[in-house]
Design a protein around this ligand. Structure first.
Ligand code: ZN
Length: 373
């Protein structure tokens, strides 16, 4: 049955206005994954499109990847309860195209393919003015302190846009930020010809395996309790993997290094066990770089495990701005750094519930959200 012809005729100008408002709202609103309330979960809702300031750029997001931080926010753990103030659009690892630039923007243009440094820094404090912006005292984090990238559009300062070759696939481009963490951790000193132990094979640990291998480390040893991720570690170039749920990590490391221990130990898990092992497994005068975040204070035998061993210890936070980014750009563009084994799953943004459940399960590498074509 065809619809009955309405017996009232809507005046043309009213109809026009109605559609005008509809299209205007469509243009100014966007879909975003928002932490709307305190508690587990998030909602995909319509929110206003961000308005940019003179020094900002607006990015149309193509892909965004799920980070451990996003899991904390989604599943609303203790850290998130203290740090996040809903409503907040979260997500910070992204790749997309610049669609709008502020009036004072000079280094980025419309159409540029970009990813983002997610630490928004003041540029004025003592650290910022001494080449240490990664530990800026007024740091704000995209998707944590300001609205983030699980959205059709995200606003970032011009200085945070990282122009990326259009040859790099969007899935890889969006994981450059965590790749930067891996590069910063691995290369806090050179690794060429050094033995390297990676403790913890989450996505950043797996990237660290690949970076160490690519930069000439040997052997690269990866340890974790997750068999799925140890398989990825092998594909990413680990010379030896240790299943810490079945094997004694220190025994295996000593066997593999002629009883000497490794030159470099990378702590990428943040557990008491792995932090302890990171100091025990490294040889005297070796180096420990620590990225994993311990949830509580812990005891260390400082005299035996640090002082008398003459260790060098680095705390790693974020990426050096922007030395780390230049290094990872070279590594990616060289074609020698293959991250493809890590990119195991991709979901549309509206499939976020499945994506977060999978990311939490650990039966995956990096989980990517496809936000737009
Ligand atoms: Zn600062």
């Amino acid at each position: 049955m065809p619809n009955a012809i309405p017996n009232t005729i809507i005046p043309y100008d009213t109809l026009f206005e109605k559609y005008f408002i509809y299209f205007r709202d469509c243009l100014q609103s966007m879909k975003a994954l928002v932490k709307t309330e305190k508690g587990v979960g998030a909602e995909l809702i319509d929110v206003p499109k961000p308005e940019i300031g003179p020094n900002d750029v607006l990015v149309k997001v193509k892909t965004a990847s799920i980070c451990g931080t996003d899991l904390h926010i989604y599943f609303w753990d203790e850290w998130a309860q203290k740090r996040i103030h809903p409503p907040r659009t979260f997500g910070h690892e992204l790749a997309g195209t610049v669609v709008e630039i502020g009036s004072d923007v000079t280094t980025v243009k419309i159409g540029d393919f970009v990813s983002a440094e997610t630490h928004i820094v003041c540029g004025k404090c003592y650290q910022c003015s001494n080449g240490n912006a990664h530990v800026c005292k007024d740091i704000k984090i995209l998707g944590v302190d300001v609205d983030g990238a699980f959205a059709e559009y995200v606003k970032i300062p011009e200085t945070n846009a990282w122009k990326t070759s259009s040859e790099i696939p969007a899935q890889i481009a969006s994981v450059q930020e965590p790749l930067g963490n891996a590069v910063h951790t691995v290369l806090s000193e050179p690794v060429s010809g050094k033995s390297v132990l990676v403790l913890g094979c989450g996505p950043i640990g797996l990237m660290a395996v690949s970076v160490a291998k690519c930069c000439g480390a040997y052997p690269v040893i990866a340890a974790d309790i997750n068999g799925y991720r140890l398989d990825i570690a092998k594909k990413m170039g680990a010379d030896l993997t240790i299943d810490a749920s079945k094997e004694d990590v220190l025994n295996e490391v000593m066997n593999a290094t002629g009883g000497l221990g490794v030159d470099v130990s990378l702590e990428m898990a943040g557990s008491k066990t792995t932090i302890g092992e990171s100091f025990k497994a490294v040889k005297p005068a070796g180096r420990v770089s620590m990225l994993g975040i311990a949830l509580e204070p812990m005891e260390i035998d400082v005299s035996e495990d640090i002082v008398f061993k003459g260790l060098r210890i680095y705390g790693i936070t974020g990426r050096r701005m922007f030395e780390t980014w230049h290094t990872l750009k070279s590594l990616l563009e060289s074609g020698r750094l293959d991250l493809s084994p890590l990119l195991t799953h991709e979901f549309r943004l509206d499939e976020y519930e499945n994506a977060f459940a999978l990311a939490r399960s650990g039966k995956c590498g990096k989980v990517i959200l496809k936000v737009s074509e």
